[in-house]
Design a protein around this ligand. Sequence first.
Ligand SMILES: [Zn+2]
Length: 252
Amino acid sequence: MKSSITRALLFLLILSLTGCAADGSFDTQKALSVGGGVYQATTLSEQSVKQTATLAAVELDKQTPVASKTNPYAVRLRKMTQNIQQYDGLTLNFKVYLADDVNAFAMADGTVRVYSGILDAMPDDQVFAVIGHEIGHVKLKHSYKQMRENILANTAFQAAAAVNGTVASLTSSQIGQIGKAAVQAHFSQSDELEADHYAVNMLSSLKKDPHAMKRAIETLEQLHGAGGGFLSSHPSNPKRIEQIEKDIADLR
Ligand SMILES: [Zn+2]
C-alpha cells in the first residue's frame, strides 16, 4: 500500500517537473523545425511578443467582467498601485476582474489583472506582495519567455510563419487562447523563487513589510492546502517560505 502511494507520488513529481511538456503541447523544438527549416524564432521579436500580450489582454478583458473605475474593488486596487504605474522600467496597467478565483496574473507588456476573489481573501499588504511577485515574472522575463514559447508552439502561428506571416496573422480567438495560457502559466521552481525574491526586494524598497510575501503564501495555504492556490507550483511552501526568510535576512 505504502509503496503504491510512493509510486503515485513519484509519478506526480515527475509529471510536475516536466510541466507543460507532459502533454506534448509545448514542444518548441518541433515548432521551430517545421518543414525542416528553423524559422521565426529569431524574427519573433520581443516587441511582437509584447504586442501579442497587449492583444491578449483585450481578449481576456472581454471574457471576464472588468470592475468599472468606481467599483470598490477597482478603487481599492488603484489606491494600492498608484505609485507603481511606472516601476523598475516597466509601464504597468492594472484592472480588477470580478470573479471569485483567488488569482492574479501579469503579462510581458505590463498587463496586471487581479481577481476580486483575491481581494476578498487577503488584506492589502498581501495582495500587494502578490502583485510584486507577478511584476517579478514580468521584469525577469518569465512571462515573456512563457508567451514566446506559446506563440512558437501555436499551430496557427506556425502555418502563418511558413508563408512569412507574423503574429499579426493570428485571429482574435487564437490570441485569446495564447492569453488563456498566460493566465494558467506554471513557472519553474527557480522562476517562482526568483519572483518571490523580486517581491521581497520590491516591498522593501517601497518601505513596505517584506514579510507580507510570506503571509500571502500562508493565506493561500489556508485556503487551498499545502499544494493549492495559484502561487503554488513546484517549490513546496515550506521551501519557499524558508527562501523568503533568507531573502529578508539578506536585506539587512
Ligand atoms: Zn509565480
